[in-house]
Design a protein around this ligand. Structure first.
Ligand SMILES: [Zn+2]
Length: 521
């Protein structure tokens, strides 16, 4: 018995010492401090933010605004000393679109401005059009049978699709929040969709959309105006679910409007007061260059053995149209650029090569990162990995707004848990410590995860991302939290540097073969 207890005791000691030993990371805290001090002393974040938002304008994929931002980012990173900075085509995207002119106003029963924005890739109205408004409910506007039976009533009219009146109960909740310790301790899987689910959703949606837009176009209506239930208090959420594909049929000019304006017009019409509005949309669509682009640049590795290996970081550069895409996702690009600027300006010698990528086409379906991974690391359709796939240690993404980093989603990678916990230790004072095995989705790290490469999105404080800025007319420079972005740049620069000098590559999950029986996501 005594002998058995000793054996068990010895086994227990051995186990704990091997775990401790196996997972003890040599964290370069000296460099972490250098990075932190440099960022807090001389941050370039406001400057980068100004050029990616105010100067570039909205960065819709395929638009001149995206090109302005991409060209500026390439030139700036070249100036900083990064190498191989370039716009890299990732494949066929579709139509380019640019807004040239827009106005909307209520004319009858009295003149009053309206808060509304053209939807991206909207058709033009061929000048200013004034006409009566007719109402459709959201359900009717998607019902091809109802529409085909009511086409006559839509001819020469503006179609207003508006649903329920404003729900004011939300007004009593704060629009901006930070994660509590309880929420961090109990993280859930978020936005998790498989590639197939995205594919089926996009294919399904575009099939219905195509049918509806053909019918509405045939009705001879002038334009379709929608009010979403969240379009209140001066915030209008504006995005498009299609229209950029070369195969998309010509659709009606489309506008997103504030719910307050939509409900007023609805009440007037329902009480027998005809309403007329005047609308002008002038958008330029071109198919000169239908390719999509990503921005890439590098800090070369210095270790003879490891420099052919890669550590990647980034976020999507494309945005929606109603503002300048500040929190979605200039924030992620600002932080990634500042991180490589810090690493380069401090003259740090990474062993592995560090590559930054600013993606295009994310809002339409993670196109840029998905095709980048497909072009460089894995033939996804065939499910075959390219030799380069084994050389990418990891990819770090930021795309959940302007809020500071509170931790990271480990995407079910159990072996990475103790590693990241040790890397976060120097940042507990900045509020970052949580490593959850939970997954988060709907952004570009998934493209790497699908290809069996460790890809991570950080946990960020939500602030007013979902309530105010995400895809809205309020997504401007003014809603960026500069101190939060500085904190994120410090942590991401440190994690990327640590990954570049770590003796071993980051541990991987087993590669799950995703079926990709489609294209044109
Ligand atoms: Zn985003």
């Amino acid at each position: 018995m005594k002998h058995l207890t000793l054996k068990l005791l010895f086994a227990a000691c051995l186990l704990s010492s091997t775990n401790l030993f196996a997972q003890q990371e040599v964290v370069d805290t000296a460099v972490f401090s250098k990075i932190r001090n440099a960022e807090l002393k001389d941050s370039h974040i406001p400057y980068i933010a100004h050029y990616l938002t105010d100067v570039s304008g909205p960065r819709l994929t395929g638009s001149p605004g995206f090109k302005r931002a991409a060209d500026w980012a390439v030139a700036e990173m070249k100036k900083w000393g990064l190498v191989n900075a370039a716009l890299e085509p990732w494949g066929q995207f579709g139509k380019n679109w640019e807004l040239l002119d827009f106005s909307i106003i209520m004319k009858v029963p009295y003149v009053q401005p309206i808060m509304a924005y053209p939807d991206p890739w909207s058709a033009s109205t061929n000048g200013l059009q004034q006409a009566p408004v007719v109402l459709l409910t959201p359900a009717q506007s998607r019902d091809t049978i109802y529409l085909s039976q009511h086409l006559d009533g839509l001819k020469g009219k503006f179609i207003l699709v508006t649903g329920e009146p404003i729900n004011t109960t939300d007004n009593f909740k704060p629009s901006a929040t930070r994660l509590t310790d309880a929420e961090l301790a109990d993280m859930k899987d978020m936005h998790m969709v498989s590639h197939d689910m995205i594919a089926q959703y996009v294919t399904g949606i575009s099939k219905t959309l195509n049918k509806v837009s053909v019918l509405l176009k045939r009705s001879g209506a002038i334009a379709i105006i929608s009010t979403g239930s969240k379009n209140i208090d001066g915030t209008v959420f504006v995005q498009a679910r299609g229209g950029y594909k070369l195969t998309n049929p010509e659709s009606l000019p489309a506008v997103s409007m504030a719910l307050e304006d939509g409900q007023k017009i609805k009440r007037l019409i329902e009480s027998g007061h005809p309403v007329e509005i005047a609308l002008n949309i002038n958008g330029r669509t071109s198919t000169e260059d239908t390719k999509g682009y990503n921005v890439v640049a590098e800090i070369p590795g210095t270790d003879p053995k490891l420099k052919s290996q890669l550590v990647m970081l980034g976020g999507h550069l494309d945005s929606w149209q109603a503002a300048t895409g500040a929190t979605d996702n200039a924030a992620g690009c600002i932080v990634a650029m500042e991180a490589v600027r810090l690493l380069d300006s401090l003259g740090l010698k990474p062993k592995r090569t560090i590559r930054i990528a600013l993606w295009g086409g994310e809002e339409q379906g993670v196109y840029g990162s998905y095709n980048y991974v497909k072009n460089h690391f894995m033939d996804i359709e065939k499910g075959t990995v390219k030799p380069e796939q084994a050389k990418v240690s990891g990819y770090f993404n930021l795309d959940n707004g302007t809020g500071k980093i509170r931790g990271v989603f480990a995407q079910g990678n159990t072996a990475i848990q103790p590693i990241f916990e040790q890397w976060f230790a120097p940042f507990h004072d900045l509020g970052a410590s949580t490593v959850t095995q939970k997954n988060t989705g709907s952004t570009d790290h998934l493209s790497f995860d699908w290809a069996g490469i460790p890809g991570f999105q950080f946990i960020q404080d939500p602030l007013d991302y979902e309530t105010r800025t995400h895809h809205s007319n309020m997504d401007s420079y003014d809603h960026l939290q500069m101190d939060d972005l500085k904190q994120a740049a410090i942590i991401i620069a440190s994690f990327v540097y640590q990954t570049s000098i770590r003796p071993g590559m980051l541990p991987r999950k087993p590669l799950v073969k995703e079926t990709f029986a489609f294209d044109g996501l």
